[in-house]
Design a protein around this ligand. Sequence first.
Ligand code: SF4
Ligand code: SF4
Length: 304
Amino acid sequence: MFKILQKTFSVGSATADYPHLAPHLSEQFRGCPEFDFDAWSDARPAADACPTGAIAVRDRDGVRQVTVDFGRCIFCGECEQVSAGTGQKNPVRMTQKFELAVTDRRVLILRAEYTLRPDGSHAELQKVTSSPIAEEPGKRIQAAIQNLLGRSLAIRQVDAGSCNGCEQEIVALNNPIHDIQRFGIHFVASPRHADMLLVTGPVTRNMELALRKTLAATPDPKVVVAVGACGISGGIFGINYASMGGVDAVIPVDVYIPGCPPRPEALLQGILLALGRVWHRLGSHPHKLGMRELLPPPRPDSMF
Ligand code: SF4
Ligand code: SF4
């Protein structure tokens, strides 16, 4: 017993202080790419190399529109590699940014327009539209954390067809390092007990009905969080005979968490962002409203 106590005190707390403090990131960790649109002399090699179509080019009347969709990006780094040889300064650079969760899917898409030279390279940057991610300021998340202590949040995780990479990171949320329960957040086995659906994977056609029924079985007010490139857009799997693409192709989504897979801190950021949506729908702090009274009775026709 004494030895256990001695070890406990010598090791201290293993739990990370995120989101109050920045997480410790390994040098190998790769976040999203960053684009210097002014310095980008030709987007075609990156578009050709991108395995998910996150970078797309469309030429029309001597003008090229380049689209970068962070909701499709799997952070593979191919665009950085192929762009390295196309100019003196690499216009595409992989970063360690991972706090990318947004409530509006459109915010994840950047568009740049270039006039073209005869050889197809970029002559001049005309405009860049949409702001790069970071839609939600840290302030709102901080407020959500403070409010969090007022009640618990129950999450039902739904695997709609993922490769299980996202699940590995979700499982890590429960370990002593990330310890999501310190926020009063816990995972439940039934959507009937859930406030939030955390959905991973492209939605396979076999899972479409189950996903719809899971949403119907979740009491209001509820939020849906789409996890990873697959959950947002279908990711590397896309849309095909077996996959319907992103979660919002089947049910409405409140928060999108990019990544492949998103690291646990990125998941936590997205979950906290989603909490803001719950309170927004309630119009106030749930404690003041007596949230449980607002919940509808169970639906007997559900499969759950
Ligand atoms: S890092 Fe993203 S944008 Fe770049 S090639 Fe990979 S998937 Fe495409
Ligand atoms: S986003 Fe990546 S890790 Fe997550 S299910 Fe899709 S392929 Fe797997």
